[in-house]
Design a protein around this ligand. Structure first.
Ligand SMILES: [Zn+2]
Length: 111
């Protein structure tokens, strides 16, 4: 039982906070002679990101392969917000112009 738990945790991938490189325990790190199957926690203290050289402490646990559905859902939510934002901006801009135009017309009509 405990071995299964350790194995599950050993599959956790870690993403470099500096460059986005993802350390996958299943693949290891050829550049630093890290054998496939080495958990991130068992990397040597001197291990650095093979892409940008960042220290291991800037890496974030992003979970094992196949558990990214939550992250993907958040990503989709972010895209949804982003696609709505231009519309909201247009509404604000044209709404503002419309109000300004009405204000201008009302002033003009008073004179
Ligand atoms: Zn990096």
């Amino acid at each position: 039982m405990s071995n299964q738990a350790v194995d599950a945790k050993a599959l956790d991938r870690y993403e470099c906070g500096a460059c986005g490189y993802v350390y996958e325990p299943a693949k290891g790190d050829n550049k630093h002679d890290i054998a496939a199957g080495t958990p991130f926690e068992e990397l040597p203290p001197t291990w650095r990101c093979p892409v940008c050289g960042a220290r291991a402490k800037v890496f974030q646990n992003i979970g094992p392969v196949g558990s990214a559905s939550g992250f993907k859902a958040n990503f989709g939510y972010g895209l949804g917000v982003n696609t709505l934002t231009p519309t909201q901006k247009n509404l604000l801009i044209f709404g503002g112009l419309g109000l300004g135009f009405l204000f201008f017309i009302s002033l003009y009509g008073l004179q």
